[in-house]
Design a protein around this ligand. Structure first.
Ligand code: PAF
Length: 291
């Protein structure tokens, strides 16, 4: 499997492939691959001819007190895993290649970024939008595959693609989970064994929220309270948010209506590790109760 480290080389190869009618699939990552990433590579392989995984730990999407420095990195391990999953090429630029001296451009996406992760991590989605725009301009993919695990990020990227006319189809693949339900994440490696055992409480809280909705609950605050109640069963947890919102635009009506697509979003700290998770559910058309 080839490795490309410069934007120019990447662009030249992509132009050559596209001129031959090769459909390019892209899987943007920050490395330290787990089964979730490998699933994205496999999905990209299914729907494209040539899969480029990008590997770049993007400093611009980390806040000053976040984990950029200690974010786990292991290129050799990533190389082997990506190759086995069917990746054709890794595009792994360094920081100077992506942000040379004099780099002066920013990308700011409004509205969809104003709450949840966007509110708690100021500048995070601007950094994501900027790097994804740059990666798309380097790789020139026809299709790009992202994980549902970062639900708000997928909405931000769809907005970016619409607003800036990127000719890329965005595909979102379902979250891959550990046997106990914990969503796979490179940051799970930060958890102590004791906290790891309790980390599936996020998944259990999402399940409780879904059950409540399927049982007829329509009131947003009640659904939120049900998720909070489950999360609080773990004393070490600090809840950042556990909220139900409309999946399309993250609006938060007091009451959801039959047919609404709802996303349940959770972010919390377990010790010093910040975990996020989400689930999608459609409000059933029948069975309204006053739960
Ligand atoms: O989801 C991630 O790993 C990152 O946010 C992304 C999309 C690769 C941009 O750096």
């Amino acid at each position: 499997m080839e490795i490309i480290r410069t934007i120019k080389e990447m662009q030249n190869l992509s132009k050559k492939l596209s001129s031959k009618g090769v459909v390019i699939g892209c899987v943007p990552t920050m490395g330290y691959l787990h089964e979730g990433h490998l699933n994205l590579i496999r999905k990209a392989k299914e729907i494209s001819d040539f899969v480029v995984m990008t590997l770049f730990v993007n400093p611009k999407q980390f806040g000053p007190n976040e984990d950029f420095e200690r974010y786990p990195r292991d290129f050799d391990r990533d190389y082997k895993l990506a190759e086995n999953a069917g990746c054709d090429l890794i595009f792994a630029p360094d920081i100077i290649e992506m942000y040379p001296i004099g780099f002066s451009t920013s990308v700011e996406i409004q509205n969809i970024t104003s709450k949840f992760e966007g509110e708690r991590r100021p500048g995070h989605f601007d950094g994501v939008a900027l790097v994804v725009a740059k990666l798309f301009n380097a790789v020139k993919p026809d299709i790009a595959v992202f994980g549902q695990k970062d639900y708000q990020q997928t909405q931000v990227i769809k907005q970016l693609v619409r607003d800036l006319n990127f000719d890329v189809k965005i595909v979102v693949a379902p979250t891959v989970r550990e046997a106990d339900g914990l969503a796979m994440s490179s940051r799970n490696t930060y958890l102590t064994p004791e906290l790891r055992e309790k980390a599936n409480v996020l998944f259990n809280a999402l399940e409780d929220g879904i059950k409540a909705i399927e049982g007829g609950c329509r009131e947003r605050k009640v659904i939120n309270a049900i998720m909070h109640k489950r999360l609080r069963t773990v004393p070490e947890i600090k809840i950042d948010y556990a909220c139900a919102a409309l999946a399309e635009n993250l609006d938060e009506p007091d009451v959801f209506l039959a047919g609404d697509h709802v996303v349940l979003l959770i972010a919390c700290y377990l010790g010093t590790t910040r975990l996020i998770d989400n689930a999608l559910v459609t409000i059933p058309k029948t069975n309204v109760s006053k739960k």
